[in-house]
Structure formats: C-alpha cells, structure tokens
Design a protein around this ligand. Structure first.
Ligand SMILES: Nc1ncnc2c1ncn2[C@@H]1O[C@H](COP(=O)(O)OP(=O)(O)OP(=O)(O)O)[C@@H](O)[C@H]1O
Length: 354
C-alpha cells in the first residue's frame, strides 16, 4: 500500500502542489517553515481526518482561502477531501462518501513519528492505550464494535453512579459491561503478545544494551474478574461518581530494570524506543494482514547521532513500506539511497533527481 500521487491545494503555506512519491523511501527537505511538515500533515489528514498539530482543523486552511483540498491515489483507490472554514467536510473514496471516518484509516494506515512523539512515553496512559487500540482496530474486525459498546456502557454506568441509582440496578448494567470488558481485554492482550514478538528484535537493534520490558496492564488487578471488581468497588465508585477500574484504565508498561523508561533513558534512547514501537506496529500489521503502513517521520535527525540515524533509516527501509522523511539538511541523511527527493521552498514542492 503506497501513495502514488498526492495533490494539495490551499493547505497551510502550500498554494498548490502535486507529488508522485516512490513506493519506498521519500525525502522531503527544505528550510525551516518551508512547508515540509505540512506535506506530512496533509497525508495524515487524509488518513485520520484531522491534523496532528492543531486541534482546530480550519487552522490548516491557507490564509485568505475558504477551503483546502487534498487528493491521493493509493494503488487503485482514490481518496479526496475538502474542508472549509465552516467545518464542512466532503470526503470521498473512489467518488463515494465513506460511512465512517474509520474507513479512511483502513485504506490508509499511517504511522507518525514527530519530535512530539515522546508523549507516547512521557504522558499518561491514554496515548499508550490509543496505541494498543490502533493495533487491535487494524487486526480484529470486532474491535470497533466491542470498544464502542464498552465506552457507552461505561458512560451510562458513570451516569447511574452520579444519580445514586440503586445497587441492584447498576449490577444489571455491570454484567454487560463486564462481558464487553473481558472481550476488549482479551483482544488487547493478544495483540500486545504478538507485538512483543516483533518489538523485541527491533528494540534489540536500536538499544542493544538496554533491557526494555514491555507488558500489558489491563486496567484492574488481573487476579480478579472485572465483574467482581465492579461489585466490590461500587461503594467507592458511587462516592467518586465514576468507575475507577476497568478497561478504560489499560496501559502499556515499558520498564528498564523495573523502572519506567522515562526515568532512565536519554532523549535519543526515548526517541528510538518510540520509533521501535511505531515500526513494530506497522511490521505486525503487515505480518498478520499483509497490509503495509505508510511511515511519516518528521525531522528524523533531531536527537539522533549519525549512527542512530543510520540504524533507524535501515530499519524503516527493511519494512519495505513507503516512508516519508523530512529534514532541513539532506546531508545529515545521506547514508541511504533515497528513491525520491522533494525540495520544498516557500510552499513550492519540487521533485529532485536522486
Ligand atoms: N493556515 C496557514 N496559511 C498559510 N501559511 C501557514 C498556515 N499555517 C502555517 N503557515 C505557514 O506555513 C509554513 C508551514 O511550515 P511547516 O511547519 O510545514 O514547515 P517545515 O518546513 O516543516 O519547518 P520546520 O523545519 O521549521 O519544522 C510556515 O511558514 C507557517 O508559518
């Protein structure tokens, strides 16, 4: 799965651009503020339906313009998106409106690595839960339904807790919540187990001296069934007005000698660990479902020395996937044969001979 064509119009500082990327490694280089990240952001928008930089999607529309338009060709499929300042979005896959935004992600599975991706390790469990759920979403067709049910039931339970509804009544809801929580947890656990098989090798390459251990935390004490936990904690949950334990508290734990990685690893090591996690996710997807992710790597060189840059680029190359990397100075990434290079200057994107 690779983008063979990408057209952008009125997106950030890009008035209009057309790229015909290679199926393998693509380098996008140019000065600060030239528009490199905007190209990655446009691809992300097509696959996810929002920006990775702004909460407010209209911010990506070029100043003085009413709407941006994106178009891409992925194999035989065509994707188009237009969004205006009023927030109206027109999305098309092969000319048809998709039923859900999730259809975009199915067609265009993306892995994004930016200098802000540290958040995956430094922030709370939400980002890591989303990381797991991305993997399960792409690997288990039941996931979306089970996840959505769980979320709804949890919301309803929290409402009942706040309304101080009788315990008997809450217990009826808890049965259903427990059933979906078990299913969701099993899916997540199975996926993390498979991930670990892939991840170990990549972490071994990136951080050979660092024994990182990755484990799944399901969101409640694994010695007990979730229904028992919900029953036992009902009094406290009622006092607090929300459900303390459950699959909404799941996490991926990363430790070195039993210490959380963020407390021991250097910035460069943390970056490599984030890259290992993202690459492993993509490798697993291609192993299990023969589907290739597209990797978007913004400012690959930051935090990494020449040896680590080479390791990372070789690992990305080995995935056999399409990769887009941005860099200010292409010389810093000259250790690899780029299949295609694009130079960006003041929002103008030009293909360069490699
Ligand atoms: N809505 C907008 N309309 C027009 N220009 C915009 C808009 N939003 C941002 N810009 C400008 O577009 C450019 C976007 O740059 P982008 O972040 O893609 O640069 P970059 O090449 O990745 O830079 P760096 O190397 O500094 O990360 C910046 O110059 C920014 O000021």
């Amino acid at each position: 799965m690779a983008l063979s064509q990408l057209r952008l119009s009125h997106f950030r500082n890009i008035e209009s651009a057309e790229l015909r990327p290679a199926a393998g490694l693509n380098l996008i280089h140019g000065a600060n503020g030239s528009g490199k990240t905007s190209v990655l952001e446009a691809i992300w928008f097509l696959g996810v339906g929002r920006s990775f930089r702004s909460q407010q999607s209209q911010r990506v529309i070029q100043y003085q313009q009413e709407a941006f338009t994106l178009f891409a060709r992925i194999g035989d499929e065509r994707m188009g998106m237009q969004r205006n300042r009023q927030g109206e979005v027109d999305v098309r896959i092969n000319g048809e409106r998709p039923q859900r935004m999730a259809d975009l992600a199915k067609l265009l599975p993306l892995q994004l690595i930016t200098p802000e991706s540290f958040a995956l390790l430094l922030d709370g469990p939400k980002a890591r839960r989303e990381y797991i759920d991305w993997g399960v979403f792409h690997s288990d067709i039941q996931f979306h339904l089970v996840w959505a049910r769980c979320r709804r039931l949890l919301k309803q339970r929290n409402q009942l807790l706040r309304n101080q509804v009788e315990d008997r009544q809450i217990a009826i809801w808890d049965k259903q919540l427990a059933q979906y929580s078990r299913s969701l947890t099993e899916m997540r656990r199975a996926w993390v187990n498979s991930l670990n098989g892939v991840l170990e090798g990549i972490i071994g390459t990136f951080l050979p001296q660092v024994p990182v251990r990755v484990s799944f935390s399901q969101g409640w004490d694994a010695k007990y069934d979730i229904e028992q936990i919900l029953t036992e904690q009902l009094r406290r949950d009622k006092q607090l007005g929300y459900t303390v334990s459950g699959p909404h508290k799941a996490d991926l734990r990363l430790r070195v000698s039993n210490i959380p990685v963020q407390d021991v690893l250097s910035r460069g090591q943390l970056k490599l660990l984030v890259c290992a996690l993202k690459i492993a996710q993509g490798v697993l997807l291609s192993k299990q479902h023969n589907k290739q992710c597209i990797y978007l790597v913004d400012d690959l060189a930051s935090e990494l020395d020449a040896e680590k840059r080479t390791l990372l680029l070789r690992q990305l190359e080995q995935t056999g996937s399409q990769v887009f990397v941005t860099a200010i100075d292409p010389e810093q990434l000259a250790m690899i044969d780029w299949q295609r290079r694009f130079h960006v200057e003041h929002g103008e994107v030009a293909a360069k001979d490699s």
